[in-house]
Design a protein around this ligand. Structure first.
Ligand code: SF4
Length: 362
């Protein structure tokens, strides 16, 4: 008799920024597609999170979410194997966030590095709001609701996973039936909150602590050489036409040492070189290094090769997106089905949490 081994669960989300770009693809989606083979995957569109920074002018979050869902599917997420859903369609995310907000010290949120960084970067917005301070806690609820073993993240998100682990630990210590000696010995709320957080796994943990799954995310510069991001207006879209990709690549900055065609350059300091490293074959890469260092090729020719490599990688994605666009109801149905599958898990976790919190009958 063959034994079925349950796959370990992986969960991650993405903000609804509209049609995705190459940076989103290589930074997350490319890896997610591959994780489907090995894990029980849950991937969601974090539409509530859009409001944490864009509450004053949210725009059409629904349309942007729909566009992200189309790109998820076009890139190869498979709704047969993976639960794909929208965060706001599963109300337990907001409910668990509220529960967590009752015991999370402000200091935990204030020390999340992105809190100050983002306030600096987005100075034109007033982010002195409760929602913005609490968004990493909403992320903790997003994650813990599904009790995943792993959360695939880039290095910049590791602090958020650490907060999630602390929140899980605190919840388990306060409300699980088996409390740690530190918590049992506490005589006041203050002592309780100061109680050393035990690193030991609590056997009856309601929320197991997830691990960060550090996924490779290659350096992917935008057209101006800075990190590819919609806010810099320097992106190459995941499903842009070949003509548009070629046109954009022609404007991309190069190694500043190559002022004249006869000046040798270095692909290691050139943003076009970075694109070649991600998308081009070994053979093309060798031609780029030789030709650039010896000034044997011009940048226009080199950018043409980079365009060819990108277009080749993206062609099947663009094709799938066109097919999906011809059937607009299909995406709605996939999201509906995904939210129902997600809600089954979310409801069960929320019920457990409510019992532990004394809000529901044991
Ligand atoms: S030849 Fe290519 S790698 Fe070298 S500087 Fe020009 S664009 Fe960059």
């Amino acid at each position: 008799m063959t034994e079925t081994i349950a796959k370990r669960r992986v969960l991650s989300g993405m903000r609804p920024t509209g049609r995705l770009h190459l940076g989103n693809y290589m930074g997350a989606l490319y890896n997610w597609v591959r994780l489907q083979d090995e894990y029980d995957c849950f991937f969601f569109i974090a539409d509530w999170h859009a409001l944490t920074t864009d509450y004053a002018k949210p725009g059409d979050v629904w349309q942007k979410s729909h566009d992200v869902a189309l790109d998820f599917l076009a890139a190869g997420l498979d709704p047969q194997r993976t639960v794909i859903f929208k965060q706001s369609d599963v109300p337990q995310h907001a409910e668990l966030h509220l529960a967590f907000s009752m015991f999370t010290p402000l200091g935990w949120l204030e020390r999340v590095p992105t809190y100050k960084d983002q306030q600096e970067q987005l100075r034109e917005k007033d982010l002195a709001t409760y929602g913005f301070l609490g968004y990493p806690l909403l992320q903790s609820a997003d994650i813990l609701l599904y009790k995943p073993a792993f959360v695939p993240v880039g290095q910049d998100q590791v602090a958020h996973i650490e907060l999630t682990r602390e929140v899980a630990r605190r919840f388990n210590q306060l409300y699980s039936s088996a409390v740690t000696p530190e918590v049992a010995a506490a005589k006041s709320d203050k002592e309780l909150m100061k109680a050393e957080i035990s690193e030991n796994v609590i056997e009856s943990a309601i929320f197991p602590e997830p691990q960060a799954l550090l996924t490779p995310s290659p350096k992917l510069p935008g057209l101006d050489g800075r990190k590819m991001s919609k806010s810099y207006g320097n992106t190459i879209g995941l499903t842009e036409s070949p003509d548009e990709i070629r046109k954009k690549l022609k404007t991309m900055v190069t190694d500043p040492a190559r002022v004249r065609r006869t000046d040798p350059g270095n692909p290691d300091v050139c943003p076009v070189g970075d694109l070649h490293k991600v998308f081009s074959s070994e053979e093309t890469l060798a031609k780029v290094y030789d030709g650039c260092r010896s000034a044997g090729i011009g940048c226009i020719e080199c950018k043409g090769w980079a365009s060819d490599s990108i277009i080749r990688e993206l062609a099947p994605i663009a094709e799938r997106r066109h097919a999906l666009e011809a059937n607009p109801r299909l995406v709605d149905e996939i999201l509906q089905d995904g939210s129902e599958r997600a809600a089954k898990v979310a409801k069960s976790s929320m019920q457990e949490a409510k019992v532990a919190l004394g809000l529901a009958r044991r």
